[in-house]
Ligand binder design. Sequence first.
Ligand code: TRP
Ligand code: SF4
Length: 337
Amino acid sequence: MTDESSTESPKPPARVLSGMQPSGLLHLGNLVGALESWLALQNQYECYFFVADWHALSTNYRETQHIRRYTREVLLDWLAAGLDPDRSTVFVQSTVPEHAILHLLLSMIVPIPWLERNPTYKEKQEEIKGRDLSTYGFLGYPVLQAADILLYKPDLVPVGKDQLPHLELTREIARRFNKLYKPVFTIPKEYLTQFPKVPGTDGRKMSKSYGNTINISDPEPVVRKKLKTMVTDPARVRRTDKGNPDVCPVFDFHKIFSPQSIIDQVNRDCRTAAIGCIECKTLVGDAIVRRLTPIWESRAALAQRPETLDDLITTGQHKASRVASQTLAEVKEAMNI
Ligand code: TRP
Ligand code: SF4
């Protein structure tokens, strides 16, 4: 080490921010996707994680009665899985009004065509039939997301691939603001969460909207029951038929949750019909239960003390507000208001 480097003040750790909508109980796809990468990031970076309850209104404005409960369930799932509120700032979007104020201010400088050509805008509208999504709030969803992000000046935003257009838009909005007024905002980079494909019980991607999830708060009998109905290699009809694990979603689960020895065994014995699907599912159930048991235990402990969650929400609000209000002051100063 040179003298120079030893006298330098230590660089603050990079900052990370991400959010999740409270759309229901978290499932195994959320766990091995977003959540486990957050857990790894919180050991290394200064992290901000929040529940995007206002974003949930954009598609659920007619049925708002679940949002409050789901917000708490998502927080419980996060904590039970190991997100540490002493290390990371964990908060609820609607408790920090700066998000709404920055959303309003940014809306003044965002050209509508930027929003209209956002691919997720059209895709979601087509996907969610039967709900009128021709609202102002739905169109402006990415502006609110940009406000969420830019308030905390993060270096990295962990997101899945589907969120990349929103992040690109966030950068465009930040650049436009910095050029029009003053360079207030950091231009954030995405941190692509690489995760294995997690199938649902019907073999499609695990997703709440398909009703094919195994939730991380499902008790063991429910997990086992859902596995029983899970699709396997469709060509394997009888116990004596040889199977192909490469096309079987149960084997995808093995690859995620089972020890290597079991993966190898299933990979071999399925092809010769030495193992049946029922036994195979018992093995994968064992692995999932082993992974979820500590989460169930800490979730049960947390759920018994609701005031812990209230305290956490208040503490998170205060920690987040300190950063958010500082940035908002810079924004207002830059805009002369
Ligand atoms: N749009 C994100 C999703 O649906 C949730 C979200 C809202 C978010 N604000 C954010 C993610 C800010 C990252 C950063 O998953
Ligand atoms: Fe799938 Fe396992 Fe049945 Fe093979 S034995 S088809 S991997 S469930």
